[in-house]
Design a protein around this ligand. Sequence first.
Ligand code: PEP
Length: 262
Amino acid sequence: MSRRPIMAGNWKMNLLQNDAKSLIEGIKSGLKELNKEQLPEIIVAPTYTSLSVVSNMLSECSCGKIALAAQNCHYETSGAYTGEVSVEMLKDIGCKYIIIGHSERRQYFSETDEMINKKAKAILNGGLLPIICCGETLEQRESGVTDEHIASQIRAALSGISNEDIAKSVIAYEPIWAIGTGKSCDAVEANRVIAMIRNVVEELTNSQTAGSIRILYGGSVKPATIEEQMSMSDIDGALIGGASLKSDSFNEIITNSMKVAV
Ligand code: PEP
């Protein structure tokens, strides 16, 4: 089954509005050089404060090639949740995707599997699409519980969600020890874990849904690593942190990803 690749940039807590504008300009000019028919789906996830400026630039350019994502949301629709942002607000500002369950949110903001499941349901009910992150610590990997841990994160995140909604969702496998460390997971091993995730999705749903859902790899993806990663059978794209903050490296990742026939 052919799945359209995704190259998604997670800007984390970086870039002021003017920096965000320059980055989008740089990405857009890089895209002009590329064959439109073969472009992966490109997603950028700015901070909340730059969503508006980026959204305006993306709609003005009518390129329709870059989708907007938020890095988080709240699962309630409205109310007394100071500092939080709802799915409807993110839809209103032009988001198509929302990243949830990033390891930094699990680690620093105590997000639980249950909260991530509530967020996934709120996102899908609100007409947007979740990018659900999962991944193991180095300690878990070394003690041999990687698969068990990730399978349990996926079962919890997708609990009570229809097959149709699961098929439209995106999962990102991001081994925590590979995030921001410059040390990418070996592509064959990342592919093995992602194939395992696809099997878990199949157990929860059916083969058609498991064949449709896109599963990305994230963790120190660079222009030099993406071609091998994209040559793997089950890796459908990348969630990119550090290397998405400069248009040169992000564009090179996109270009190199396209060298692999899908
Ligand atoms: C991330 O935080 O989602 C990520 C993959 O970061 P980096 O590419 O910098 O490792």
